[in-house]
Design a protein around this ligand. Structure first.
Ligand code: PGA
Length: 250
């Protein structure tokens, strides 16, 4: 009942030329996607160049961030209206790199998520614990608290457009991925939190992605877990061959 979503988070990589070359390679290698969805999230500067290439294709478009106002005097920021205008359907919010390097609080992540929804964008909201938090046995309470905080004042109807990405911080960019069993346990805890907030029926429809060193050689076993509904992929989404292999998980 949940269509898995494989998303490429390109982070601060790819000029316009590099971005369009990668998208052309992805489109050339992509077979029909009957039972799954795939998107790319290029940097802001490449969105307008990538959008016409993916329009009408099987590849969807997302952004990596937004500012939670429609417009205004916010120098350097990009609004959800602008993202929808350029052709984005998805937007990543609350990535751990933004929480860590740009001081984004749970409250600000919640504001971004609600503003994205208000403008017809589907937020992919990232949650995840640090290594010391996991070692202290605090991973589950911390992650479920992040989920609750991100969803403050989000209605049951709006949950149809929300994607959650569980990304343990210690697994991001390290090659040190969570075991499928540990990831599954956290995804189940997140889904139980959603059931507590919205009821079991809605909780069963929300897609929960895993992220953190997803690679061609671990995607299959991750996707075999019952509560893992896709992947948010950083490094391995930057080359066509590896991202295609991940999209084509078995
Ligand atoms: P990674 O990044 O796949 O390079 O670990 C994932 C992410 O940060 O979204």
């Amino acid at each position: 009942m949940r269509t898995p979503l494989i998303a490429g988070n390109w982070k601060m990589y790819k000029t316009i030329g590099e971005a369009t070359a990668l998208v052309r390679d992805l489109l050339a290698g992509l077979g029909p996607l009957a039972d799954r969805e795939a998107i790319v999230c290029p940097p802001f500067t490449a969105l307008a160049a990538v959008a016409p290439l993916v329009a009408g294709s099987q590849l969807g478009l997302g952004a990596q961030n937004l500012y939670p106002e429609a417009q205004g005097a916010f120098t350097g920021e990009v609004s959800p209206v602008m993202l929808a205008d350029v052709g984005c359907r998805y937007v990543i919010v609350g990535h751990s790199e933004r929480r860590q390097y740009f001081g984004e609080s749970d409250a600000f992540v919640n504001r971004k998520l609600r503003t994205a929804l208000a403008h017809g964008l589907r937020p992919i909201v990232c949650v995840g614990e640090s290594k010391p938090q996991r070692d202290a046995g605090q991973a589950e309470p911390i992650v479920t608290a992040q989920v609750r905080a991100a969803l403050v004042e989000v209605t049951p109807e709006q949950m149809a457009d929300v994607v959650i990405a569980y990304e343990p911080i210690w697994a991001i960019g390290t090659g040190d991925t969570a075991t499928p069993a540990d990831a599954q346990a956290m995804h189940a805890a997140i889904r139980a939190t959603l059931a507590d907030l919205y009821g079991a029926e809605i909780a069963a429809t929300v897609r929960i992605q895993y992220g953190g060193s997803v690679k061609p050689d671990n995607i299959d076993e991750l996707m075999a877990q019952p509560d893992i509904d896709g992947a948010l992929v950083g490094g391995a989404s930057l080359q066509a061959a590896s991202f295609l292999r991940i999209i084509n998980y078995q």
